[in-house]
Ligand binder design. Sequence first.
Ligand SMILES: *[C@@H]1O[C@H](CO)[C@@H](O)[C@H](O)[C@H]1NC(C)=O
Ligand SMILES: *[C@@H]1O[C@H](CO)[C@@H](O)[C@H](O)[C@H]1NC(C)=O
Ligand SMILES: *[C@@H]1O[C@H](CO)[C@@H](O)[C@H](O)[C@H]1NC(C)=O
Ligand SMILES: *[C@@H]1O[C@H](CO)[C@@H](O)[C@H](O)[C@H]1NC(C)=O
Ligand SMILES: *[C@@H]1O[C@H](CO)[C@@H](O)[C@H](O)[C@H]1NC(C)=O
Ligand SMILES: *[C@@H]1O[C@H](CO)[C@@H](O)[C@H](O)[C@H]1NC(C)=O
Ligand SMILES: *[C@@H]1O[C@H](CO)[C@@H](O)[C@H](O)[C@H]1NC(C)=O
Length: 820
Amino acid sequence: MEIFPMLLVFSSIIFSLLSTYTTSIQDIITINPRVSIKDGGSTLVSAGGSYELGFFSPGNSKSRYVGIWYNNISPQKVVWVCNKETPLTDHSGALNLTSQGVLVLFNGKNSIIWSSSNETSSNISNPVAQLLESGNFVVKDGSEEDSKVLWQSFDYPSDTLLPGMKIGWDLKTGLNRFLSSWKEPEDPAPGQFSFSLDRSGYPQLVLRNGSIARYRLGSWNGLGFTGTPQLRSQNQLFKLDFVSNENEVYYKYELLSTSVESRLVLNRSGDLQRFMWSGTTNINRVIYSAPADQCDAYNVCGAFSRCSVDSPRLCACLQGFGPNSSTSTRCLRRTPLSCNDYQDGFKKFTRVKLPDTSSSWFDLTMTLEDCKKTCLKNCTCTAYANLDVREGGSGCLLWFDELNDIHEFDTGGQDLFVKMATSELGDIKTNKRSSMKKRVAIIVSFGLLVMGVLILGLVFYIRKKKLTVYMKNIHGNTEGGNEDIELLKFDLGTISKATDNFSDNYKLGEGGFGPVYKGTLKEGEDIAVKRLSKCSGQGIKEFMNEVMLIAKLQHRNLVKLLGCCVEGDEKMLIYEYMPNRSLDYFIFGDTRSRLLGWDQRINIIGGIARGLLYLHQDSRLRIIHRDLKTGNVLLDKDMNPKISDFGTARAFVGDQTAENTKTVVGTYGYMSPEYVVDGLFSIKSDVYSFGVMVLEIVSGKKNRGFIHPDHQLNLIGHVWTLWTEGRSLEVMDKKLDGSYALTEVSRCIHIALLCVQQQPEDRPNMASVVLMLGGEGSLPVPKQPGFFTERNPFEAENSSSSQLESYSVNDMSITELEAR
Ligand SMILES: *[C@@H]1O[C@H](CO)[C@@H](O)[C@H](O)[C@H]1NC(C)=O
Ligand SMILES: *[C@@H]1O[C@H](CO)[C@@H](O)[C@H](O)[C@H]1NC(C)=O
Ligand SMILES: *[C@@H]1O[C@H](CO)[C@@H](O)[C@H](O)[C@H]1NC(C)=O
Ligand SMILES: *[C@@H]1O[C@H](CO)[C@@H](O)[C@H](O)[C@H]1NC(C)=O
Ligand SMILES: *[C@@H]1O[C@H](CO)[C@@H](O)[C@H](O)[C@H]1NC(C)=O
Ligand SMILES: *[C@@H]1O[C@H](CO)[C@@H](O)[C@H](O)[C@H]1NC(C)=O
Ligand SMILES: *[C@@H]1O[C@H](CO)[C@@H](O)[C@H](O)[C@H]1NC(C)=O
C-alpha cells in the first residue's frame, strides 16, 4: 500500500498526457473491493485533476470526515461531505467498496460509520467507485462499458451546488435532492437552512429557515426564475435548466465557458452565494447572493400587497385592496368578488415576481385566454398568469385564495392578472381619433385653457411693455396647431384610480409645481402624473406652457407627454414612466453609481447633448430649457437619458437667441453667471448647465456642495485648477475602475470646460458640442470658467425646505425669484 500515493501522483501526470489511453490507468485511481482509501494514506483525484476526495477535518476540529474539495486549491474548499452527521473521532477510518457495490466507511474497530446503501442483494461483477471530473463521486459496474450509475454523490448534496448537479425530485424513486447549510463552521451536519424544490403547487425553488420559507427564487417561466431577473442577464456564463416531466422535476445549471468556474453555496447565515472565478485564485469571489434586498424576504408585505425597493414605500396594497383598518397593514379586498363572470374582471400587474405557487394549479398547454376563463369560472380563483413567457407566452398558472410574496421589479418580472370587482378596475376615456365627440371636447377645453392662460398672462404682464415670448408662442401654436397634437385627455377618475387616489405609496417626489405620482393604467401601462398644486396660482401658466411646448416635441431624448387632465381645479400632466428615475439618483448614489459604467455615462452625455440640440435647433419651436440639471434628466429602462420638466422652458422666435427676464428660474449650481446676475438667458445658458452636468457625470460629484480640503472652489473650479496643472483626469469618479478609455474621459472634461466658460459667446453651441463629443478633431483651449469660486450671491437659501429623500434635496428649482 506504500506505493499507492506515488502511483497516484504518477497517474495524474500520465493522465494529463495520455488522456485518451486511460482505461488501464483509470483503475488505479478508483476504489474497488481490493483498494480502499485510508485516513492519512491516499486520496482520490479526478481525471483532469479538478477535484480530490479523501479524509479531512474542518477548521481546527478533531473530527474526521470523508469529503470532496477542489484539488490544489488552498485553503481547502470542501464541496461535499459523506459522513456529515457521523464524524470519525480518530484517524483510523477507511472507505471501502463492497463486492455488492456499496460504499462503506469503517472506523478502526471495523464498525460501520456510514454506508451508501444497506441493500446487499445487488449482483455486480466488478464494482468501482470513481471521482469524475465534474466533482461527482460515482459507483458503477466497471466491467460494463456504459454501466448505469449505481450510486452518486450528486444525489446527496451538502451545501454546495456544482455545475451539473440537480436540485429536485426523482419521481420514480422519490429521491429529493436539496442543499443544506452546515450547522457550524466546523460541523457539516445539516443546519437550519435548506434550499429545495417545492412541488406542492407549480414547482418553485424555496430557501427555508427550518420549515419556514425565507426566500423564493420562484417558479420557472421558461427564461429563468420569476424571482431572479438578474440571473437571466448572466446568460453568457450559465445555462440554466429546469426540467419537469413524469420522471423527474429538477433545476440545474451548466457553465458555458470552460475558462470560468462556479459554485452555488447555501451558507450558514442562510444566504445563497454564487461564486465565480477563473484559475485558482479568487475562488471566493461572490458575484451574486440572495436574498439580496428587503423585498426578497419571504412575503415581507403580507398577502395582496406588493413589495418594491424602488418605491418610496416598501409595501403597498395591490390596487383594489386596502388595509383592513388604519392601524393594520393587512391588505383586504375593497370590493368583494361577485363570483359572476360579468361583474368580475382582472387587473394586470406588470414586472412582478409571481406570487407563491405552493397552492397553485397549472396546465402546460392552456392559452392565456382559456386561463382567464377558467379563473373567472372558479369563484376561489384569485389570479392567473402565463407559465412560460417565451414566444408570446403559453401555459396557465392559477392561484386560489391569498396572493403572497409579490415583488415588483424595475425590470424583468412578468405579468400577473389579479381578479377583482369590475368597479375597482377603473376605466380610461382615451381619445383615439375614433371619437369625434371627445375630440371636440378636447379642442373646446383646450381653447378655454388657452384663453384662460392668455387672460392670466395679460393680468400678469399687462404693465410690461413687452409680452413674454411664451405668449407669442402660444399664438403661434394655434395657427398651425391642429396637426399632430396627439394629446390624450385623461379623466380624473382614471388618474385617481391609477395612483390609488394619489396615495402616498405612489408618490415619486415633489417637483417645482407639486407632487409627482407613479400610476398604472388599467391596461398595465405605467405613467408618471405631475399634479399641479392647487394653491400655487403661478403654476397655471407653467402648466399650459409645458403642455403646449412638450406636446409638440418628439425626440428620443426628451420625456414623452402622454396627455393631460384638467378637471375642476385639478391640472395634471401625464408622462411616460421612467423606471430608472433621474440621473442624480444614480450618479450621486454611492452604490448605484457603481452600476453606471463609463460606456453608459458617455451614452448618457451624448443623449442629453442630442436632446438639447433638438430643443435649441432642430425642433420647430426653438426652446431654451432654463432648468437643466441631473435631476431633470430621467432614465428609461435601458438607461437612455430623457430631458424632462419643461415648466420653465421658453420658446423663442426666429433668430432671437437671448432674452432678458426679471424672473430668474433655474437651479443654483447649474445656472450661468450672466443668467443669475443679469437675468440674461440664452441657448448658451443651457450650454453652461450642460457643461456642469457633464462634469458631475464624469466625477460623480455635485458642483454645488463640492468640498475639497485644499480650497474653497466648487467642482468647476476644482476641475479648472486640475486642468491648468494638466491633471484633469484626477477628477474621475473613483467608482469607475478600469473600464474606460482615458482619451475619451479627458475629451469629455475638456468639452465640459468649454461649455462652462465665463463668456457666453465663448461657449460652443450644442451642434458643435455633439460634433466634438463624436469627433476626433482637436478642441480649442478653454478660457476661465464662470462661477468657479462659488458660494454664490444667493447662498442663504432655503435649506430648510424638506423634500423627499429620494429626490435631490438641495437642488430645488427656484421658480420665481426676482433678480434684484
Ligand atoms: C477494506 O478494504 C481493504 C482492502 O482494500 C481490506 O484490507 C480491509 O479489510 C477492508 N475493511 C473491511 C472492514 O472490510
Ligand atoms: C437502511 O435501511 C433503513 C431501514 O430499512 C432505512 O430507513 C434507511 O434509509 C436505509 N439506509 C440507506 C442508506 O439506504
Ligand atoms: C447474479 O449474477 C448471476 C451471474 O451473472 C446471475 O445468474 C444471477 O441471476 C444474478 N442475480 C441477481 C439477483 O441479479
Ligand atoms: C431563522 O429562524 C429562527 C427561529 O425562527 C430565527 O430566530 C432566525 O432569526 C431566523 N434566521 C434567519 C436568517 O432568518
Ligand atoms: C453568507 O452570505 C452572505 C451574503 O453574501 C454574507 O453576507 C455572509 O457573511 C455569509 N455568511 C457566512 C457565514 O459566510
Ligand atoms: C379587520 O380588523 C378588525 C379590527 O380592526 C378585525 O376585527 C377583523 O377581524 C379584521 N378583518 C380581517 C379580515 O382581518
Ligand atoms: C376551483 O378550484 C379549486 C382548486 O383547484 C377546486 O378545488 C374547486 O373544486 C374549483 N371549483 C369549481 C367550482 O370548479
